[in-house]
Every structure is written in structure tokens, then in C-alpha cells.
Design a protein. Sequence first.
Length: 117
Amino acid sequence: MSKFEALSDKALSLVGQAGDSLRHAIPDSAEKWLQTGVAIGAARTGTKLAGGFLRRNPAILAASVIGAGLVWVAARQYKKRKEGGAVEGSSRRIEPTRGPARKRGTRRGAAAANSND
């Protein structure tokens, strides 16, 4: 082991001891404040990035707002249906039948018939 490696090992151990002593010296409330600060910083950075992205692509913002509105309307209708329950009633089936085809007049024919009156 050279002197340089021994010196770097010693420096690393001193830095580790200093970090440990600081961690024990800082009260829990300060650590919570530090975590809160990091979270706020991350939120601000994310907001800035999202704002810049949405300024360049406003169609994505519009689509997101419309999608959120549709989800809200669907949830509201689902909730109303669930509260109301089933609607009781009666129904009957009407069978489709093929009747004779009707003759349809042309536009010119209808206009000529009206002018003769």
C-alpha cells in the first residue's frame, strides 16, 4: 500500500465519521425539514419542466383537460345511476317487418308539381 492510498483511506474514514456525528447531532425535526425541502424542490422543478413542455405543446393540455372532464362526467353519471337503482317498467318487443318500398319524388318533380297549383 502506497502513502497515497493510505492517505485517501484515512480521509475517507474521517469524512465518514464526520457524517455520522452530524447525523446524530441533527434532531429529527431538522431531518424532516430537510426532507420537506427536498420534496418541495423536486415539485418546483417538475412544475417548471411540465410548464415549459405544455407551453410548447398546448394540444396536450387541451386533450388532458377534455379527458379529465369526460372522466368526471362519467363518474358523476355512474354515481347517479347507482344511487337511483334500477327503474322498474314494462316493455314489449316490436318485430321488424319489410314493407313495400315507397317511391320518392325528385326535387324537380316536387317543384314542378307546386308550380302547377
